[in-house]
Design a protein around this ligand. Structure first.
Ligand code: GDP
Length: 452
Protein backbone atom coordinates (compact mmCIF):
# COMPACT_ATOMS: atom_id res chain seq x y z
CA UNK A 1 0.00 0.00 0.00
CA UNK A 2 1.42 3.43 -0.85
CA UNK A 3 1.98 5.62 2.12
CA UNK A 4 1.10 9.24 1.91
CA UNK A 5 3.53 11.83 3.12
CA UNK A 6 2.69 14.86 5.18
CA UNK A 7 -0.89 15.22 3.97
CA UNK A 8 0.37 16.45 0.61
CA UNK A 9 -0.76 13.30 -1.11
CA UNK A 10 2.74 12.55 -2.24
CA UNK A 11 3.21 8.81 -2.47
CA UNK A 12 6.11 7.12 -0.73
CA UNK A 13 7.74 3.82 -1.68
CA UNK A 14 9.89 2.31 1.04
CA UNK A 15 12.53 0.15 -0.63
CA UNK A 16 14.57 -2.20 1.55
CA UNK A 17 18.06 -3.15 0.35
CA UNK A 18 19.63 -6.09 2.10
CA UNK A 19 22.05 -8.97 1.68
CA UNK A 20 24.88 -10.50 3.64
CA UNK A 21 27.99 -8.49 4.27
CA UNK A 22 29.95 -7.78 1.04
CA UNK A 23 26.98 -8.78 -1.13
CA UNK A 24 27.09 -5.35 -2.75
CA UNK A 25 24.46 -3.20 -0.98
CA UNK A 26 26.49 -0.01 -0.76
CA UNK A 27 27.57 -0.09 -4.39
CA UNK A 28 24.01 -0.96 -5.46
CA UNK A 29 22.36 1.96 -3.67
CA UNK A 30 25.00 4.42 -4.79
CA UNK A 31 24.75 3.41 -8.43
CA UNK A 32 20.95 3.14 -8.37
CA UNK A 33 20.57 6.65 -7.01
CA UNK A 34 23.18 8.06 -9.43
CA UNK A 35 21.40 6.35 -12.33
CA UNK A 36 18.00 7.64 -11.20
CA UNK A 37 19.41 11.16 -11.07
CA UNK A 38 21.03 10.83 -14.51
CA UNK A 39 18.92 8.41 -16.48
CA UNK A 40 20.62 7.97 -19.86
CA UNK A 41 21.59 4.41 -18.92
CA UNK A 42 18.13 3.41 -17.70
CA UNK A 43 16.20 2.51 -20.89
CA UNK A 44 14.42 -0.44 -19.28
CA UNK A 45 12.90 1.74 -16.59
CA UNK A 46 9.86 2.69 -18.58
CA UNK A 47 8.96 5.72 -16.51
CA UNK A 48 12.46 7.20 -16.99
CA UNK A 49 11.32 9.39 -19.89
CA UNK A 50 8.58 10.87 -17.71
CA UNK A 51 10.84 11.77 -14.79
CA UNK A 52 11.30 15.52 -14.92
CA UNK A 53 13.57 15.86 -11.93
CA UNK A 54 15.24 13.70 -9.30
CA UNK A 55 16.65 15.14 -6.11
CA UNK A 56 17.75 14.06 -2.66
CA UNK A 57 15.70 15.33 0.23
CA UNK A 58 15.97 15.16 4.01
CA UNK A 59 14.79 11.71 5.03
CA UNK A 60 11.61 11.33 7.09
CA UNK A 61 13.18 9.30 9.89
CA UNK A 62 15.39 11.69 11.81
CA UNK A 63 16.84 9.07 14.13
CA UNK A 64 18.43 6.92 11.43
CA UNK A 65 21.87 7.58 9.99
CA UNK A 66 21.70 8.94 6.45
CA UNK A 67 23.13 6.71 3.73
CA UNK A 68 26.33 8.54 2.84
CA UNK A 69 25.60 8.76 -0.88
CA UNK A 70 27.95 11.62 -1.73
CA UNK A 71 31.02 10.02 -0.13
CA UNK A 72 30.29 6.64 -1.73
CA UNK A 73 29.73 8.20 -5.14
CA UNK A 74 32.94 10.18 -4.86
CA UNK A 75 34.82 6.95 -4.06
CA UNK A 76 33.43 5.26 -7.16
CA UNK A 77 33.60 8.09 -9.64
CA UNK A 78 36.53 10.21 -8.46
CA UNK A 79 39.89 10.45 -10.24
CA UNK A 80 41.28 7.46 -8.28
CA UNK A 81 38.22 5.20 -8.14
CA UNK A 82 37.95 2.75 -5.26
CA UNK A 83 35.19 0.67 -3.70
CA UNK A 84 33.33 2.48 -0.93
CA UNK A 85 33.10 1.37 2.71
CA UNK A 86 30.49 -1.36 3.17
CA UNK A 87 27.21 -1.33 5.06
CA UNK A 88 27.73 -1.60 8.83
CA UNK A 89 24.33 -0.59 10.12
CA UNK A 90 20.89 0.53 9.04
CA UNK A 91 20.74 3.79 7.10
CA UNK A 92 18.27 5.66 4.99
CA UNK A 93 18.15 7.98 1.98
CA UNK A 94 15.19 9.77 0.42
CA UNK A 95 15.22 10.29 -3.33
CA UNK A 96 12.31 12.27 -4.67
CA UNK A 97 11.23 11.98 -8.28
CA UNK A 98 9.03 14.49 -10.07
CA UNK A 99 7.12 12.38 -12.56
CA UNK A 100 4.72 13.27 -15.33
CA UNK A 101 1.78 10.88 -15.14
CA UNK A 102 1.46 8.44 -18.03
CA UNK A 103 -1.31 8.08 -20.58
CA UNK A 104 -4.34 10.11 -21.33
CA UNK A 105 -4.59 11.90 -18.00
CA UNK A 106 -0.89 12.76 -18.06
CA UNK A 107 -1.03 16.19 -19.60
CA UNK A 108 -4.07 17.15 -17.60
CA UNK A 109 -2.93 16.22 -14.13
CA UNK A 110 0.55 17.71 -14.20
CA UNK A 111 3.62 16.16 -12.57
CA UNK A 112 3.58 14.76 -9.06
CA UNK A 113 6.33 13.85 -6.65
CA UNK A 114 7.03 10.27 -5.63
CA UNK A 115 9.38 9.76 -2.71
CA UNK A 116 11.60 6.69 -2.76
CA UNK A 117 12.89 5.96 0.73
CA UNK A 118 15.80 3.56 0.48
CA UNK A 119 16.54 1.60 3.65
CA UNK A 120 19.89 -0.18 3.71
CA UNK A 121 20.37 -2.84 6.39
CA UNK A 122 22.61 -5.88 6.95
CA UNK A 123 21.04 -9.21 5.98
CA UNK A 124 22.71 -10.67 9.07
CA UNK A 125 20.12 -8.85 11.16
CA UNK A 126 17.30 -10.83 9.54
CA UNK A 127 18.83 -14.02 10.93
CA UNK A 128 17.95 -12.74 14.37
CA UNK A 129 14.27 -13.19 13.61
CA UNK A 130 14.65 -16.86 14.51
CA UNK A 131 15.78 -15.82 18.00
CA UNK A 132 12.39 -14.30 18.75
CA UNK A 133 10.88 -17.77 19.01
CA UNK A 134 13.75 -19.22 21.00
CA UNK A 135 14.49 -19.09 24.69
CA UNK A 136 18.07 -18.52 25.78
CA UNK A 137 18.27 -22.11 26.93
CA UNK A 138 17.25 -23.34 23.52
CA UNK A 139 19.45 -20.98 21.51
CA UNK A 140 22.49 -21.63 23.70
CA UNK A 141 22.17 -25.37 23.30
CA UNK A 142 21.99 -25.14 19.51
CA UNK A 143 24.74 -22.52 19.28
CA UNK A 144 27.09 -24.58 21.46
CA UNK A 145 26.53 -27.74 19.52
CA UNK A 146 27.31 -25.87 16.30
CA UNK A 147 30.46 -24.29 17.73
CA UNK A 148 31.63 -27.69 18.99
CA UNK A 149 31.52 -29.06 15.47
CA UNK A 150 33.43 -26.21 13.87
CA UNK A 151 37.12 -25.71 14.03
CA UNK A 152 36.64 -21.98 14.57
CA UNK A 153 34.59 -22.68 17.71
CA UNK A 154 37.28 -24.47 19.69
CA UNK A 155 38.73 -21.47 21.55
CA UNK A 156 35.32 -20.35 22.67
CA UNK A 157 34.35 -23.86 23.72
CA UNK A 158 37.47 -24.17 25.86
CA UNK A 159 36.54 -20.93 27.62
CA UNK A 160 32.88 -21.86 28.01
CA UNK A 161 33.67 -25.31 29.41
CA UNK A 162 35.89 -23.74 32.06
CA UNK A 163 33.03 -21.53 33.29
CA UNK A 164 30.47 -22.50 35.85
CA UNK A 165 27.23 -20.73 34.98
CA UNK A 166 25.94 -21.26 38.54
CA UNK A 167 28.57 -18.91 39.98
CA UNK A 168 27.92 -15.24 40.50
CA UNK A 169 28.32 -13.01 37.46
CA UNK A 170 31.61 -11.18 37.17
CA UNK A 171 31.51 -8.57 34.44
CA UNK A 172 35.04 -9.22 33.06
CA UNK A 173 34.05 -12.86 32.54
CA UNK A 174 30.90 -11.90 30.69
CA UNK A 175 32.96 -9.59 28.53
CA UNK A 176 35.59 -12.22 27.82
CA UNK A 177 32.91 -14.73 26.85
CA UNK A 178 31.13 -12.25 24.59
CA UNK A 179 34.43 -11.28 22.97
CA UNK A 180 35.31 -14.93 22.38
CA UNK A 181 31.88 -15.64 20.92
CA UNK A 182 32.22 -12.65 18.60
CA UNK A 183 35.67 -13.88 17.60
CA UNK A 184 34.19 -17.27 16.78
CA UNK A 185 31.36 -15.75 14.72
CA UNK A 186 33.86 -13.64 12.79
CA UNK A 187 36.12 -16.59 12.06
CA UNK A 188 33.15 -18.78 11.10
CA UNK A 189 31.89 -16.05 8.79
CA UNK A 190 35.31 -15.65 7.20
CA UNK A 191 35.41 -19.41 6.63
CA UNK A 192 32.19 -19.14 4.66
CA UNK A 193 29.60 -20.05 7.31
CA UNK A 194 26.69 -17.67 7.23
CA UNK A 195 24.41 -18.83 10.04
CA UNK A 196 26.08 -16.77 12.72
CA UNK A 197 23.82 -15.41 15.47
CA UNK A 198 23.33 -12.98 17.13
CA UNK A 199 23.62 -11.00 13.91
CA UNK A 200 24.56 -7.78 15.69
CA UNK A 201 27.70 -9.31 17.14
CA UNK A 202 29.15 -9.16 13.64
CA UNK A 203 27.76 -5.74 12.75
CA UNK A 204 26.98 -4.02 16.05
CA UNK A 205 26.29 -0.55 14.66
CA UNK A 206 26.16 1.88 17.57
CA UNK A 207 25.51 -0.85 20.16
CA UNK A 208 29.13 -2.03 20.33
CA UNK A 209 30.16 -2.68 23.92
CA UNK A 210 26.69 -2.30 25.45
CA UNK A 211 25.35 -4.95 27.87
CA UNK A 212 22.74 -6.14 25.35
CA UNK A 213 25.66 -7.32 23.23
CA UNK A 214 27.67 -8.70 26.15
CA UNK A 215 26.45 -12.26 26.38
CA UNK A 216 27.30 -15.66 24.96
CA UNK A 217 25.83 -19.16 24.99
CA UNK A 218 26.60 -21.23 28.09
CA UNK A 219 25.61 -24.76 29.07
CA UNK A 220 22.81 -24.73 31.63
CA UNK A 221 24.07 -25.55 35.13
CA UNK A 222 21.98 -27.54 37.62
CA UNK A 223 21.12 -24.42 39.59
CA UNK A 224 20.53 -21.02 38.05
CA UNK A 225 20.10 -18.69 40.98
CA UNK A 226 19.42 -14.99 40.51
CA UNK A 227 22.61 -13.09 39.83
CA UNK A 228 24.38 -16.15 38.50
CA UNK A 229 26.38 -15.92 35.29
CA UNK A 230 23.90 -18.10 33.40
CA UNK A 231 20.87 -16.14 34.60
CA UNK A 232 22.50 -12.84 33.68
CA UNK A 233 23.36 -14.15 30.20
CA UNK A 234 19.73 -15.16 29.83
CA UNK A 235 18.58 -11.72 30.93
CA UNK A 236 20.84 -10.00 28.38
CA UNK A 237 19.78 -12.36 25.62
CA UNK A 238 16.15 -11.50 26.40
CA UNK A 239 16.99 -7.80 26.41
CA UNK A 240 18.73 -8.24 23.06
CA UNK A 241 15.56 -9.74 21.64
CA UNK A 242 13.16 -7.18 23.04
CA UNK A 243 15.31 -4.05 22.83
CA UNK A 244 17.34 -4.68 19.68
CA UNK A 245 15.74 -7.30 17.47
CA UNK A 246 12.07 -6.42 17.90
CA UNK A 247 12.46 -2.65 17.40
CA UNK A 248 14.39 -3.24 14.19
CA UNK A 249 11.64 -5.41 12.76
CA UNK A 250 8.89 -3.12 14.03
CA UNK A 251 10.35 0.24 13.08
CA UNK A 252 12.09 -0.59 9.84
CA UNK A 253 11.44 -3.99 8.38
CA UNK A 254 7.67 -4.12 8.82
CA UNK A 255 7.29 -0.76 7.09
CA UNK A 256 8.91 -1.76 3.80
CA UNK A 257 6.91 -1.94 0.56
CA UNK A 258 9.55 -3.42 -1.71
CA UNK A 259 12.69 -5.40 -1.07
CA UNK A 260 15.82 -6.28 -2.98
CA UNK A 261 17.97 -9.08 -1.57
CA UNK A 262 21.50 -9.03 -2.98
CA UNK A 263 23.48 -12.24 -3.14
CA UNK A 264 27.10 -12.81 -4.04
CA UNK A 265 26.36 -16.13 -5.73
CA UNK A 266 29.52 -16.01 -7.84
CA UNK A 267 31.64 -15.41 -4.76
CA UNK A 268 30.11 -18.50 -3.13
CA UNK A 269 30.66 -20.64 -6.25
CA UNK A 270 34.25 -19.49 -6.30
CA UNK A 271 34.69 -20.35 -2.60
CA UNK A 272 33.49 -23.92 -3.22
CA UNK A 273 30.63 -26.34 -2.52
CA UNK A 274 30.46 -25.78 1.25
CA UNK A 275 30.14 -22.02 0.83
CA UNK A 276 27.47 -22.37 -1.84
CA UNK A 277 25.41 -24.71 0.31
CA UNK A 278 25.86 -22.45 3.29
CA UNK A 279 24.64 -19.48 1.28
CA UNK A 280 21.61 -21.49 0.18
CA UNK A 281 20.74 -22.43 3.76
CA UNK A 282 21.33 -18.96 5.09
CA UNK A 283 19.19 -17.40 2.40
CA UNK A 284 16.39 -19.81 3.33
CA UNK A 285 16.71 -18.65 6.95
CA UNK A 286 16.80 -15.01 5.94
CA UNK A 287 13.76 -15.45 3.80
CA UNK A 288 11.71 -16.68 6.72
CA UNK A 289 11.39 -12.99 7.46
CA UNK A 290 9.46 -12.54 4.23
CA UNK A 291 6.83 -15.05 5.18
CA UNK A 292 4.79 -13.06 7.64
CA UNK A 293 2.72 -16.07 8.70
CA UNK A 294 5.88 -17.91 9.71
CA UNK A 295 6.52 -15.86 12.82
CA UNK A 296 3.87 -14.76 15.30
CA UNK A 297 5.57 -11.50 16.20
CA UNK A 298 6.01 -10.49 12.56
CA UNK A 299 2.44 -11.44 11.67
CA UNK A 300 1.21 -9.16 14.43
CA UNK A 301 3.29 -6.30 13.04
CA UNK A 302 2.34 -6.59 9.45
CA UNK A 303 -1.43 -6.41 9.72
CA UNK A 304 -2.74 -5.69 6.28
CA UNK A 305 0.44 -4.25 4.79
CA UNK A 306 3.35 -6.24 3.61
CA UNK A 307 6.19 -6.30 1.14
CA UNK A 308 4.55 -7.05 -2.20
CA UNK A 309 7.59 -7.37 -4.46
CA UNK A 310 10.90 -9.05 -3.72
CA UNK A 311 13.84 -9.12 -6.10
CA UNK A 312 16.71 -11.56 -5.59
CA UNK A 313 19.70 -10.25 -7.42
CA UNK A 314 22.94 -12.11 -8.01
CA UNK A 315 25.46 -9.28 -7.91
CA UNK A 316 28.83 -8.66 -9.59
CA UNK A 317 27.64 -10.26 -12.84
CA UNK A 318 30.28 -8.20 -14.63
CA UNK A 319 32.68 -11.03 -13.70
CA UNK A 320 30.92 -13.11 -16.34
CA UNK A 321 30.51 -12.70 -20.06
CA UNK A 322 26.87 -11.87 -20.79
CA UNK A 323 26.34 -15.27 -22.44
CA UNK A 324 26.71 -16.76 -18.94
CA UNK A 325 24.20 -14.50 -17.22
CA UNK A 326 21.14 -16.71 -17.78
CA UNK A 327 22.98 -19.53 -16.03
CA UNK A 328 23.82 -17.35 -13.08
CA UNK A 329 20.17 -16.32 -12.83
CA UNK A 330 19.05 -19.95 -13.09
CA UNK A 331 21.44 -20.91 -10.31
CA UNK A 332 20.15 -18.09 -8.12
CA UNK A 333 16.56 -19.12 -8.78
CA UNK A 334 17.28 -22.74 -8.02
CA UNK A 335 18.95 -21.80 -4.73
CA UNK A 336 15.89 -19.91 -3.68
CA UNK A 337 13.25 -22.31 -4.85
CA UNK A 338 12.01 -23.53 -1.48
CA UNK A 339 12.09 -20.17 0.15
CA UNK A 340 10.64 -18.50 -2.89
CA UNK A 341 7.62 -20.75 -2.97
CA UNK A 342 6.91 -19.86 0.61
CA UNK A 343 7.24 -16.13 0.05
CA UNK A 344 5.10 -16.30 -3.07
CA UNK A 345 2.50 -18.08 -1.01
CA UNK A 346 2.40 -15.03 1.23
CA UNK A 347 1.32 -12.92 -1.71
CA UNK A 348 4.55 -11.29 -2.85
CA UNK A 349 5.65 -11.13 -6.45
CA UNK A 350 9.14 -12.56 -6.58
CA UNK A 351 11.80 -12.59 -9.29
CA UNK A 352 15.52 -13.25 -9.72
CA UNK A 353 18.06 -11.40 -11.87
CA UNK A 354 21.79 -11.15 -12.43
CA UNK A 355 23.05 -7.61 -12.12
CA UNK A 356 26.19 -5.55 -11.76
CA UNK A 357 25.62 -2.28 -9.97
CA UNK A 358 28.87 -0.94 -11.29
CA UNK A 359 30.33 -2.57 -14.31
CA UNK A 360 34.08 -2.89 -13.84
CA UNK A 361 34.84 -4.99 -16.92
CA UNK A 362 34.58 -5.18 -20.67
CA UNK A 363 33.93 -8.38 -22.59
CA UNK A 364 36.24 -10.04 -25.04
CA UNK A 365 36.49 -13.31 -26.97
CA UNK A 366 39.84 -15.05 -27.07
CA UNK A 367 41.12 -18.00 -29.00
CA UNK A 368 42.40 -20.71 -26.76
CA UNK A 369 43.65 -23.85 -28.45
CA UNK A 370 41.16 -23.52 -31.27
CA UNK A 371 38.17 -22.87 -28.97
CA UNK A 372 36.98 -19.34 -28.33
CA UNK A 373 36.70 -18.34 -24.70
CA UNK A 374 34.23 -15.69 -23.50
CA UNK A 375 36.27 -13.54 -21.13
CA UNK A 376 36.04 -10.30 -19.23
CA UNK A 377 38.78 -7.74 -18.78
CA UNK A 378 39.23 -5.19 -16.03
CA UNK A 379 41.75 -3.35 -13.93
CA UNK A 380 43.15 -4.85 -10.74
CA UNK A 381 43.61 -2.73 -7.64
CA UNK A 382 47.33 -2.29 -8.44
CA UNK A 383 46.45 -0.70 -11.78
CA UNK A 384 47.36 -3.69 -13.94
CA UNK A 385 44.92 -4.89 -16.58
CA UNK A 386 43.81 -8.50 -16.36
CA UNK A 387 41.60 -10.79 -18.40
CA UNK A 388 39.53 -13.38 -16.55
CA UNK A 389 37.97 -16.58 -17.73
CA UNK A 390 35.84 -17.42 -14.71
CA UNK A 391 34.88 -20.92 -15.88
CA UNK A 392 31.59 -21.92 -17.47
CA UNK A 393 28.63 -22.29 -15.16
CA UNK A 394 26.65 -25.48 -15.86
CA UNK A 395 23.37 -25.17 -17.70
CA UNK A 396 21.68 -27.25 -15.03
CA UNK A 397 22.12 -25.64 -11.59
CA UNK A 398 21.78 -29.06 -9.97
CA UNK A 399 25.31 -29.80 -11.21
CA UNK A 400 26.48 -27.39 -8.53
CA UNK A 401 23.70 -27.53 -5.95
CA UNK A 402 23.55 -31.30 -5.55
CA UNK A 403 27.26 -31.82 -4.78
CA UNK A 404 27.07 -28.77 -2.50
CA UNK A 405 24.20 -30.31 -0.56
CA UNK A 406 25.99 -33.63 -0.40
CA UNK A 407 29.04 -32.07 1.16
CA UNK A 408 31.48 -32.36 -1.77
CA UNK A 409 34.87 -30.88 -0.99
CA UNK A 410 35.51 -29.40 -4.41
CA UNK A 411 33.81 -28.98 -7.75
CA UNK A 412 34.15 -31.92 -10.08
CA UNK A 413 34.26 -29.85 -13.22
CA UNK A 414 37.14 -27.70 -12.14
CA UNK A 415 37.48 -24.43 -10.36
CA UNK A 416 35.80 -21.12 -10.82
CA UNK A 417 38.03 -18.11 -10.92
CA UNK A 418 37.29 -14.70 -9.55
CA UNK A 419 39.22 -11.47 -9.37
CA UNK A 420 38.68 -8.30 -7.47
CA UNK A 421 38.55 -5.69 -10.16
CA UNK A 422 38.84 -2.06 -9.23
CA UNK A 423 36.06 0.29 -10.25
CA UNK A 424 36.82 1.65 -13.71
CA UNK A 425 37.96 5.20 -14.38
CA UNK A 426 34.83 6.85 -15.69
CA UNK A 427 34.25 9.64 -18.12
CA UNK A 428 30.53 10.23 -17.88
CA UNK A 429 28.70 12.26 -20.48
CA UNK A 430 26.05 14.69 -19.26
CA UNK A 431 22.93 12.79 -18.28
CA UNK A 432 24.76 9.50 -17.79
CA UNK A 433 25.02 7.56 -14.54
CA UNK A 434 27.75 4.98 -13.88
CA UNK A 435 27.77 1.91 -16.17
CA UNK A 436 25.89 -1.11 -14.85
CA UNK A 437 24.23 -4.34 -15.92
CA UNK A 438 20.42 -4.56 -15.60
CA UNK A 439 20.11 -1.96 -12.90
CA UNK A 440 17.34 -0.43 -15.01
CA UNK A 441 15.46 -3.73 -15.08
CA UNK A 442 15.83 -4.05 -11.34
CA UNK A 443 14.49 -0.51 -10.90
CA UNK A 444 11.58 -1.26 -13.22
CA UNK A 445 10.60 -4.30 -11.17
CA UNK A 446 11.02 -2.55 -7.83
CA UNK A 447 9.62 0.88 -8.59
CA UNK A 448 8.18 1.04 -12.12
CA UNK A 449 4.51 0.58 -11.24
CA UNK A 450 4.71 3.25 -8.54
CA UNK A 451 5.90 5.87 -11.00
CA UNK A 452 2.72 5.64 -13.11
P1 GDP B 1 27.92 -4.45 1.28
O1 GDP B 1 28.70 -5.03 2.42
O2 GDP B 1 26.73 -5.32 0.96
O3 GDP B 1 27.55 -3.00 1.44
O4 GDP B 1 28.87 -4.59 -0.01
P2 GDP B 1 29.56 -3.46 -0.92
O5 GDP B 1 28.53 -2.72 -1.71
O6 GDP B 1 30.49 -2.66 -0.10
O7 GDP B 1 30.35 -4.39 -1.95
C1 GDP B 1 31.37 -5.26 -1.49
C2 GDP B 1 32.42 -5.44 -2.55
O8 GDP B 1 31.89 -6.17 -3.65
C3 GDP B 1 32.92 -4.13 -3.16
O9 GDP B 1 33.93 -3.59 -2.38
C4 GDP B 1 33.42 -4.60 -4.53
O10 GDP B 1 34.68 -5.18 -4.41
C5 GDP B 1 32.44 -5.69 -4.87
N1 GDP B 1 31.32 -5.24 -5.75
C6 GDP B 1 30.10 -4.76 -5.37
N2 GDP B 1 29.34 -4.49 -6.44
C7 GDP B 1 30.08 -4.80 -7.55
C8 GDP B 1 29.85 -4.76 -8.97
O11 GDP B 1 28.77 -4.37 -9.46
N3 GDP B 1 30.88 -5.19 -9.77
C9 GDP B 1 32.07 -5.65 -9.27
N4 GDP B 1 33.00 -6.05 -10.13
N5 GDP B 1 32.32 -5.69 -7.94
C10 GDP B 1 31.35 -5.28 -7.09
Amino acid sequence: MAQVSGGLLEPVVRLGVTGLSRAGKTVFITSLVANLMDRARMPQLRAAARIEAAFLQPQPDMTLPRFDYETHLAALTGPAPHWPDSTRTVSELRLSLRVRPSGFLGGWRGPRTVHVDIIDYPGEWLLDLALLDRSYDDWAEAALSQATKRRQGQDFMALARAEDGALRLEEPKAQALAAAWTGYLRAARAAGWSDCTPGRFLLPGDLAGSPVLTFAPLPKPASTARGSLWREMERRYDAYRSRVVKPFFRDHFARLDRQIVLMDVLGAVHAGPAALDDLRRTMADILMAFRPGGNGFLASLFGSRRIDRILFAATKADHLHHTEHPRLTALTEAMLREARDRAAFAGAEVTAMSIASLRATTEEMRDHGGASLAMVRGMLSDGRQAALYPGALPEDPARLLVPAREGAERWLDGDYGLMTFAPPRLTLRPGEGPPHIRLDRAAEFLLGDRLG
